[in-house]
Design a protein around this ligand. Sequence first.
Ligand SMILES: *[C@@H]1O[C@H](CO)[C@@H](O)[C@H](O)[C@H]1NC(C)=O
Ligand SMILES: *[C@@H]1O[C@H](CO)[C@@H](O)[C@H](O)[C@H]1NC(C)=O
Ligand SMILES: *[C@@H]1O[C@H](CO)[C@@H](O)[C@H](O)[C@H]1NC(C)=O
Ligand SMILES: *[C@@H]1O[C@H](CO)[C@@H](O)[C@H](O)[C@H]1NC(C)=O
Ligand SMILES: *[C@@H]1O[C@H](CO)[C@@H](O)[C@H](O)[C@H]1NC(C)=O
Length: 379
Amino acid sequence: MRLVPVLSALAMVLLGFVLGFTFPASMMPNLQCGVLPWSGSSAANSSSSDGSFLGRLWAPLFRNSSSTSNATSGIVNAARRPEGAGRLPPGIVVSESDLHLRRLWGSPTKDAPVRKYLLTMAVGYKERANVNATVQKFSDKFDVVLFHYDGHTTEWDDEFQWSKEAVHVSARKQTKWWFAKRFLHPSIVAPYDYVFLWDEDLGVENFNAEAYIDIVKKHGLEISQPALDATKGHKAYDVSVKRNSGEMHKTDAGGEKCPDVHQRPCSGFVEVMAPVFSRDAWRCVWHMIQNDLVHGWGLDFNFWRCVDDPEEQFGIVDAQYVVHHGVPTLRDQGNGEKQGSRAKVKDRQYAEMHAFDSRMNNADKELDNSTARSSSSQP
Ligand SMILES: *[C@@H]1O[C@H](CO)[C@@H](O)[C@H](O)[C@H]1NC(C)=O
Ligand SMILES: *[C@@H]1O[C@H](CO)[C@@H](O)[C@H](O)[C@H]1NC(C)=O
Ligand SMILES: *[C@@H]1O[C@H](CO)[C@@H](O)[C@H](O)[C@H]1NC(C)=O
Ligand SMILES: *[C@@H]1O[C@H](CO)[C@@H](O)[C@H](O)[C@H]1NC(C)=O
Ligand SMILES: *[C@@H]1O[C@H](CO)[C@@H](O)[C@H](O)[C@H]1NC(C)=O
């Protein structure tokens, strides 16, 4: 009788030891959903969960997560369970996952390991040739997720071998940001060092994903995009246009439209069509995506909130660049709908941008108010 508690205590310690030792990174982000009071709030009312504030507040907790590879910290972290897991013994709680396919047979420990990086794209079958060309530029260090907005999924397997190893998620007429909010929760993409969230209409002749990541790592870029070859495709902002002077650039200092380089889009800025996020940055950006604003307009002007030093940690990679073809696949989906049209999709995009801006302004003000209140109530 007396042996039982002793044994189970011992078992807990051993479990903690094994977990702490084997999966150090998976233990830290238990905090992510669990202890934070805002985790359950609805997105429409999310004005209080300001990205920058939370990003700054919590980022340090996660930033060093992979370096806590030691048994003691394993036990300590296991004790902080996510909300809902309180009834479970900590050692069984797995609060993170990935988007890697496993086989149905063999030992799970011998399954092919999760890849280091993640490529996600919103795609339609019509654009498959370009999507194939893009995927070819990503090595086998990437897990691949395709978000299908046109209902065609299995057809891809018939044409492309790589498609059989990709995750396919299908929901008609939904946008990249709609998919990202629903299927790229930070706890699901936690194992990936970098997340690529790309459109399907990019020309990738002069792009290689691993070479890109080398540059991003070397320069410590938390949020980045490949430069745009404006001689061949669209450009919306001067800052993202390819320069010939180096591997990458961070600002449009001296640019015609940038008398103040500290303003967006002159620095701390990437566009929404081909962003690349570090794990930490994505953890923050995901929270900033509004549940109901599906076009994501306005996010690009606020990504800067998700890093410590936007002018240093944002970059446009010149050495690996793309062409933006600007295929209007999204707006075209408004056509043929009873209550939709190209023009109405466009209207919604602008309306969403204004809605996002005003939510962000209110959230900033609310935060200032509460900061002012709490500091004035200090003795
Ligand atoms: C936001 O919260 C308020 C008060 O908590 C509630 O009355 C309102 O319906 C909420 N709005 C949405 C869109 O959820
Ligand atoms: C992360 O760890 C390094 C060394 O292990 C330390 O110098 C740094 O301050 C830590 N950063 C944070 C945010 O705790
Ligand atoms: C484990 O971490 C604790 C506190 O973080 C530290 O005191 C201890 O020395 C570490 N042990 C090893 C083996 O690194
Ligand atoms: C996919 O792209 C590769 C590289 O560009 C090409 O060799 C291959 O033929 C393409 N596959 C199909 C089915 O078009
Ligand atoms: C902030 O406080 C001011 C003055 O107390 C008030 O008028 C305003 O409505 C508050 N704004 C928000 C967003 O709470």
